[in-house]
Design a protein around this ligand. Structure first.
Ligand code: FES
Ligand code: FES
Length: 158
């Protein structure tokens, strides 16, 4: 019996047919098969948030999902945030606030923040902290990250 399945997924706006191993996670497929390495691999047990992507608009830990689970869904990774080579306003706010230190956690933080701002366009500090609680930053840049999300919210468009 084959351990490969074909799935159909919209990835960063492009419809894709992808042959995936049934035991591979969404994180495996994004990084190894689609070469979307902006999504980071760290704890692989759902604790750090470095692998966060949007699945049908919801922030998910891609290390905890099998790729076959996203068949028929829409997946957005950090590579999908920029448009025509221009960073999104949320990404610009991260830069302006100096939120990226080593940068390792930032793609996950951006995706979680994107999902948060879609749900709550003008969050309080507490709501930002709650929305990003699943995303760890070893550089402890939490204050600047929170600031960046609030700045993006003030600017309106993301
Ligand atoms: S790598 Fe997925 S939560 Fe840490
Ligand atoms: S910027 Fe280094 S882990 Fe967050």
């Amino acid at each position: 019996m084959s351990d490969m399945l074909q799935i159909e997924v919209k990835v960063n706006g492009a419809q894709r047919l992808i042959d995936v191993a049934v035991h591979h996670t969404l994180l495996d497929v994004l990084r190894d098969d689609l070469e979307l390495t902006g999504t980071k691999e760290c704890c692989v047990v759902g604790e750090c948030g470095a692998c966060t992507v949007l699945v049908d608009g919801r922030a998910m830990n891609s290390c905890l999902m099998l790729a076959v689970e996203v068949d028929g869904s829409e997946v957005t990774t950090v590579e999908g945030l920029a448009t025509d080579g221009r960073l999104s306003p949320l990404q610009e706010a991260f830069l302006d606030a100096g939120a990226a230190q080593c940068g390792f956690c930032i793609s996950g933080q951006l995706m979680a923040a994107h999902a948060l701002l879609s749900r709550i366009p003008h969050p309080t500090v507490e709501e930002v902290n709650e929305g990003l609680a699943g995303n760890l930053c070893r550089c402890a840049g939490y204050e600047q990250i929170t600031q960046a999300v609030l700045m993006a919210a003030e600017g309106g468009d993301r």
